[in-house]
Design a protein around this ligand. Structure first.
Ligand code: GSH
Length: 219
């Protein structure tokens, strides 16, 4: 049995980040799927917050997807998923943070406020602004693609992709779309869709829509 064990849930975008990371690194691991709707007692005992992803390595537990991925980067440095220079590493961390601090709250707000038409319009706009910011401040100024930071895949790509994968549902259900100016973002999405780690962890539009179907149409 490999000494890396991941506790995961098929539909979880955070766990998908780590599954992609393990594939990118070629790390052998065992996967335990947790039923989050009916949490087993062993899980409640094991997991401090009850949330996936949770990584067990050599008996130690690591949680929070971005922390897990940085941990894996440190413990399994090859192939590296962080840029070499400290300045570029700092920039990578800025974008990793941007995903969780700016983009994700905008996505979550759209769902949370879906019954309020005014807020739907405001939240839709907020998502589009975040995507434009990624296009202009990120993709146009960084390494020139095809990945977020340049020619090589990094932790930044893994941070964003599971959530970008779900954007078509936000469009279908609540009208939030990728602004037309975001040509680099579109090219980046294509690059990521071709990546083996994404192909092996992606869920279909229909799968996501079925899960989102508990949220009724807002407009
Ligand atoms: N900030 C956490 C978020 C993880 C998270 O919210 N996971 C969800 C599934 S997508 C979960 O385990 N929910 C179960 C619960 O909250 O009890 C991370 O990045 O790992």
């Amino acid at each position: 049995m490999p000494d890396v064990e991941l506790f995961s849930f098929k539909a979880c975008p955070y766990a998908q980040r780590t599954r992609m990371m393990l594939i990118e690194k070629g790390i052998e691991y065992s996967l335990t799927e947790v039923d989050l709707y009916n949490k087993p007692d062993w899980w409640k005992e094991l997991s401090p917050h009850g949330k996936v992803p949770l990584l067990r390595h050599n008996g130690g537990l690591v949680y929070e997807s971005r922390v897990i991925n940085e941990y894996l980067e440190e413990v399994f440095p090859e192939p590296t998923l962080l840029p070499e220079s400290p300045m570029h590493r700092a920039k990578a961390r800025i974008w990793i943070d941007y995903c969780d601090t700016y983009l994700l709250p905008a996505l979550h707000n759209l769902i949370a406020d879906r019954h309020n038409d005014e807020k739907v319009i405001r939240n839709r706009k907020s998502i589009e602004e975040k995507l434009l910011f990624i296009e202009k401040e990120g993709l146009r100024k960084l390494g020139g693609g095809p990945f977020f930071m340049g020619p090589d895949i990094t932790l930044v790509d893994l941070q964003f992709m599971p959530f970008i994968e779900r954007l078509p549902c936000y469009k279908e259900l609540w009208g939030a779309s990728i602004p037309k100016e975001c040509s680099r973002l579109r090219a980046w999405i294509k690059t990521m869709q071709d990546q083996e780690s994404h192909k092996r962890t992606v869920n279909s539009f229909e799968f996501h829509m079925q899960r989102y179907s508990k949220y009724d149409k807002a407009a």
